[in-house]
Design a protein around this ligand. Structure first.
Ligand code: ADP
Length: 156
């Protein structure tokens, strides 16, 4: 059984994240979507809200578990016997940060790989922060996020 872990802030989950999740789902028998209890990150949604939004979006995927953790992501991955962590790559500017992260994680636990999935071209421009920025101006973001997220953004 191949287990994968997709960690991220998901503040909030976008169609770009969802695309990565659906494609990763084809590669692994079980997926964990992991939201670290990040101190220091200025999130719009609380960890619990972010987890609940992801759960609502993935209600039809029984082999995907959504969970918040205060463990280091590699430690979480180890604890569920994952073989890999999944990250999405959009534009070239993602590469620097992702390479750093993957290299550090490999140092922390050499048994866990980082698998990169390239963004589909229609989502390569899409980020949670741009969605929040547009929503702040009360513009419609329904083409960028699932409907539950659109509603949650309107409420915020
Ligand atoms: P983090 O703070 O961990 O980068 P994010 O929620 O911003 O959390 O992103 C989680 C992962 O999803 C990262 O690897 C990021 O590059 C990837 N990602 C975010 N948006 C997209 C997108 N539109 N297409 C593909 N990958 C994406």
């Amino acid at each position: 059984m191949k287990i994968g872990v997709y960690p991220g802030t998901f503040d909030p989950i976008t169609n770009g994240h969802l695309d990565i999740i659906k494609r990763a789902y084809q590669l692994f028998d079980k997926l964990y979507i992991v939201v670290p209890q990040n101190i220091g990150k200025n999130a719009l949604f609380t960890t619990e809200e972010r987890v609940n939004l992801i759960k609502a979006v993935l209600v039809d995927y029984p082999d995907i578990e959504v969970i918040a953790t205060d463990k280091l992501t590699v430690e979480f991955a180890k604890s569920v016997n994952a073989v890999a962590m999944i990250r999405g790559l959009r534009i070239v500017s993602d590469f620097d940060y992702e390479l750093q992260l993957a290299t550090i994680n490999k140092k922390l636990d050499s048994t866990i790989e980082t698998v990169f999935i390239m963004s589909s071209h229609e989502y390569s421009f899409l980020s949670s922060s741009s969605v929040k920025e547009i929503a702040k101006f009360k513009r419609d973001v329904s083409i960028f996020v699932p409907e539950v997220v659109n509603e949650a953004l309107k409420e915020k």
